[in-house]
Design a protein around this ligand. Structure first.
Ligand SMILES: [Zn+2]
Length: 144
């Protein structure tokens, strides 16, 4: 699938948030971790304010599926806090490349940000499906 940089969106997150995701991915390795991302969308900028770890109901090293009840509870709670659902994250024991199954789910949630964390090399990458095409989303790490 064609990959190019998303010019419409950038994700801003703190170094602490990135480290939290990487540490948790390594702690649960090789099981994939997963969850929701909540924050504030301001024009082209998406600021991550909350990382919600959700149970991977598949407890798999190749697949993930967030617990739907946990997700709904976090979604409602976050809306009350004035935060929008901006995307999902999950880890891979391998690279940050989306799998074929990931791409299928991504197509069901067009415009949503998908963060993939590699517990192999501590890389992190963000993607979006825009007009049926996979785009890489730039992540700006805030050193606060
Ligand atoms: Zn995946």
């Amino acid at each position: 699938m064609y990959e190019s940089w998303d010019t419409d969106f950038i994700v801003k997150m703190s170094l602490d948030q990135v480290n939290l995701l990487i540490e948790e991915a390594r702690r649960k390795f090789p099981i994939e971790i997963c969850g929701g991302l909540f924050g504030i969308i301001n024009g082209k900028e998406v600021l991550v304010k909350k990382i919600s770890f959700l149970r991977n109901v598949l407890a798999s090293r190749e697949l993930f599926e967030v617990d739907p009840e946990e997700f709904l509870a976090e979604f409602i709670k976050s809306e009350r806090e004035g935060l929008q659902h901006i995307g999902f994250f999950h880890s891979h024991p391998g690279t940050t490349e989306p799998s074929k199954i990931d791409l299928k789910f991504m197509e069901l949630w067009p415009g949503t940000i998908w963060l993939i964390i590699s517990s192999l090399n501590r890389n992190i990458a963000a993607y979006r499906i825009v007009n049926g095409k996979l785009r890489l989303v730039y992540i700006r790490i805030l050193h606060v």
